[in-house]
Design a protein around this ligand. Sequence first.
Ligand SMILES: [Zn+2]
Length: 231
Amino acid sequence: MERELLKPEEIERVLVVVAHPDDAEYGLSVAVNNFTAAGKEVGYLLLTAGEAGICDMEPAKTKTLRADEQRSACAEVGVEHLTILNFPDGEMEYGLEVRKAVAKEIREFKPDTVAVINFEFRASWGINHIDHRITGEAVVDAIRDTDNPWTHRDLSEQPWKADRLLISGSANPTHRLLVSEDDIQAGVRSPEQHKVYLEALPDHPKPADFIPAMVEGEGAEKYLSLQVVNM
Ligand SMILES: [Zn+2]
């Protein structure tokens, strides 16, 4: 099926919500660079600090290190707004607390578009991480809840309606985004900032290999596939 062209002019403010440092750097950051290069505002919300991500490093040290690496990854794609919450890495549980945390950030940041990574049970690389699955579901529910003044009444922020959800890495993409060579190169540099994290995973594919492979097309006509859900 021919994928519809995503019209960036319909997008002004994007909130990226992911579970861990580095989650947005597997293709989504190519789109993020495309948006920020066009002057759009993009913010990141990470629900965990990724403290359980490096087996031979103490979580407290990993947490600080990964926040620094994430700040550098964000800088490569023009993102300054970064919020990292403290849900437990690898031990997230679905519930009102996580939904409310996402709703609060949506009400504060006021995005028209919220972006997530694939949160199906299966991912292209195998069985998806429980934190990714919980995060995606919580985002869908939070987008709906934030519009309703009678939900999360203990939050001081006002209700907000986000219009669309972008899903990167979806098995069912509906749209394609025209991206530039600069977007692709920024999309390679952003995961490379997770230096110590990737060094601890010697078998992990290299960003210079897997990022360009996620983009389809030739020459000036290169496209990143995304699933778009109107909310
Ligand atoms: Zn992750």
